[in-house]
Each structure stands twice: as C-alpha cells, then as structure tokens.
Ligand binder design. Sequence first.
Ligand code: PMP
Length: 381
Amino acid sequence: MSYFDNNATTPLHPSAREALLNASNENWANPSSPYRISAKVRASMQKCRESIASGLQTDPDQLIFTSGSTEANNSVFSHLSQNGDKSSRILLSPFEHPSVSEAAHYWFSGRVDFLNAQPDGTINTGELQAYLNKGPLPVLVSIMAASNESGVIQPWREAARLCQKFGVPYHCDSTQLPGKERLDDLSLCTYSVYSAHKFGGPKGIGWLVGKGASSLLVGGEQEKGRRGGTENYPAIKSAHRAWESVVQAPLDISGLSRLRDDFEDQMEQQIPGIRIIGKNSPRLWNTSLMIMPEFENLHWVGKLDKLGFQVSTGSACSSTRTGGSPIAQALALSLPETQRLIRISSFQDHTHSEWKGLRDAFAKAHLSLQKESLGSSVISL
Ligand code: PMP
C-alpha cells in the first residue's frame, strides 16, 4: 500500500507509538491528583509543554493542550466573541477550513467579512492592508498558513506583520505546516493551532498557542482553568515525541518538492487536460490538487485504491452545499469540476519509486475508466 493522503492524517511514527504505549502503561494516573505518581505526570506534561513552546519561540504559559485544531480554532472565536464588543467584525480568508469558517459564522453571526480569492489560490495582502486602512478595525483577522486542500501557502508572515502594525489580533490556522515547512515566525501570530495526527502523532491531541488562549471547554480547573477536562497525558507525551522526531528533524524541502513537481509534469503529459490548482503559487512540497479532465473523483479514487494507492477527493461532493470544499467555493469551480478534484498529499519518506508507482497507477486507472465508459456507451446504444 502507498498512502498519499497525508494532509488528512499521517500514520503514527514508531517513536510516538512507543511513547504512547509506555505512558499508557506506566503514567496513567490523573495529572490533577494529589499523590506523587500524579506529580510525576504533571511534571512530565509541563516538560512537553516547555519543549514545544521553546520550539515555537513562545511562552509555555501561552500553550494549552486541546483535542486538536478543530477545538483550538473554535476556542479562538468563542473566546473573542465572549470577551469583545458585540458589534465588532472579523475578517477571514476565503480558503479556511470549516473549523474556522463555521466557528466564525457561529460566534460572529452576520459580522464576518471575507478577503477575495485570487485565481492562484492565494489572498492579496494589499487588499488586507486596504481593509485595515479603511477601518473600522476588526477584532480578529484569520488567514490560514497553508491550505489542506491545495497546499497553497498564504502570505501569512506578511499578514501577521500587517496586523501587528494595526494592533489587530491575527489567528493563523497553522495545522498543515509542522513536518512540512519551517515554523519560525509563527510567534508573529497572536494565535496559532496544531494537530499531532498531521505529523506522526496520535489523533485527538493538539494545542492552541496565544496570549490569554482559553478553550471553549469549561467545567474543570485543568490547564490553569483555561481548558476543562482530564488531560490526555499519553497522547501529549506521544505528540511531543512526534514533534521531536518529525517536526524538528532536518528537511530537504527542495528535494521533496522536486519529486512532486516531476510527478505533476509527467501527469500533465500522460493525461492531457489536467489542471493543477495553485501550480505557480508557493505551495507545500507534498500537495497536488488536480482537476481531472474526465471521470468523477470517486471513480478515480476507487480504481487507485484497488491498485494500492490511497488518494483523496480533496472535497466534499458538492460545491454548493455548506461544508463543501472551501477551495471549490472560493475559486467558483463548477459542480462537475469540483467532482473531478483529486488531492495527492505525500509525506517526508515518500521515495521516487512510490511517486512513479502512483503515476503508473493513474495511467492504469485512466485506461480502465476509459474502457468502462466505452463499454457503458455501447450498452446504452
Ligand atoms: N485546519 C486544517 C487546515 C486542517 O487540515 C484540519 C484537519 N483536516 C483541521 C483544521 C482540523 O484538525 P483536527 O483534525 O485536529 O481537528
């Protein structure tokens, strides 16, 4: 099996698996309890927090563990809406993950503005500057670092600096960066969010970083009263191990992008008419979002799966439904185009031969779909 859907989730890294099992076996005590075995868990959890915060050049007091990015994103909007003026507005990029855009609409109903989508999958910081110049200032600007769908990297550093200049809090959904890009400068953001299962850690654990960050989960004094619920120490320990083994390991980004770029060039020759979203934009080295020239994505995905390759449709099935593909909506793709979207997302250890295998599998799947479609038109005659 060759798994090319790493923007959805990644397999557990061996060192993270070991940490998860050891912590579950040996350090299962409730971190809040008053005896020594719990104090040991508390101390270890604090060490994980300090180590991660130091990698992000932030104060450990500004990092709270959450169940992942969905909770972290929701927390930012719930926190601001409850602590701000009830008429204040917020500004979002049009490409946000639903855990940002839907949380924004829920907590700031009728008070959400959007930047325009450029055809290359980015936003324009000139438009952001004009919005901020014009005023009134929003209580939050939210622009993701990199799209989980297209891999396009937004000019988030520039946006963060602009927001700093205007004194406006800036939230960056940075979920797709760790394990793929350099993380320095994330401390420019007022809030950033992390999800361990995107970089070899376990599912259901992540964190929110930001001044006064506070979760929407109330009803417990954990995390200094800022996120209720017994901490999942084994998951925290395992996420930290993945962070050390995967995120902080040196990465040859140009070598990795070359593999993806060669794959795209060859796919364009092999299946004429393919369109690659954001092809000339700054992009994560691991992602390709393609609009196939023919056949619906689920047919492609099914064929490729049988050939041993997992890829994603890159979107929900309808471009018009709420909760559908944000990129399809932002770029105003037609429904048939949306239904032909396929997303490939590799990870650090994918080799040249796996990429070649994927390309060959596409050729076989294409042939098979063409044969089937010929067969079906003959039958329908
Ligand atoms: N934001 C982005 C950009 C994502 O890719 C994802 C996961 N698909 C999330 C948020 C939600 O993350 P989690 O699975 O940790 O809730």
